[in-house]
Design a protein around this ligand. Sequence first.
Ligand code: TRP
Length: 328
Amino acid sequence: MKRILSGVQPTGILHLGNYFGAIQQHIQLQEEARDPAAAFYFIANYHALTTIKDATALRSLTRDVALDYLALGLDPAKASFFRQSDVPEVTECTWLLMCCTGLGLLERAHSYKDKMARGIKPSMGLFSYPVLMASDILIYRSNVVPVGRDQQQHVEMAQDMAAAFNAAFDTDTFVRPEWRFGASERVPGTDGEKMSKSYHNTIPIFLPEGMTDKQAWKTYFARIVTDSKGVDDPKDPNDSLMQIYRLLDKAEATEFREIYVRGGVGYGELKKRIHAAYIRRFGPLRDKRVALAEDANYVDDVLEEGARRARTIAREVLDHARAATGLS
Ligand code: TRP
């Protein structure tokens, strides 16, 4: 059995970049595995503490991410879904890995360097983020880690840490994990840059509570930045609008391409089509999400059951690691 594992941070409303960059692939992979011991997905709430210092916010974001995944098709019969913090063994394992990890490796992390460049004052938690992530991966002996491109380096660091630990203690405790990317290259945000929470250019998968489709049109879709070509001008079939359209409805976008390239249709028309495709794609799932949220215990039950399965394996691998080090 090959174990697939990935985590998602509960640090904001999940957006189309998260969906097409990672979540869609997570849900497809559960179909491949069809065994809850083979597909592990968790909500990385320990990681979220590097940025969120508000208990109410963290609790509600965690629940939102869980509901989003379940509404988008995560099936607890096919995958184990849990909160990272319900397997506290992962923090002990982080320490064991830290003792085999050079400072230089962590100093080279892009995500850390990016945050420093944006003026964020680093905590030890932020600096050690990749070690906790490596622990997440290695403690379940994960083989495949489906992630967005921005996480490739972190998975490579986990490979390095697994090898360093195994070599240092002459053991085979940890298994080398491999990253795997989803199909979509890049999801453009409303400003044409990569869609990302930190760029404030996101379109959420599920609208914030109380927002109507009409408001969503004004807030997100009508605002997508374009150049100033007129209706009759020929347009670029690979511009941001077309990229988003293809992600939402490939067949319709392919049909539309011809008139777009020829000229005769304006950006406004395409934005309306994109908005309609978005509603077609995610509208029915909204209803499902509302229904799931109404059952007060459902989410907790799913997460607890997932944690129980995950924790059994984590305990076993951690015991192996402790024995290798001489701690036990
Ligand atoms: N760092 C990942 C992200 O921000 C989340 C994450 C935490 C993760 N632990 C992980 C992803 C382990 C894959 C495997 O997207």
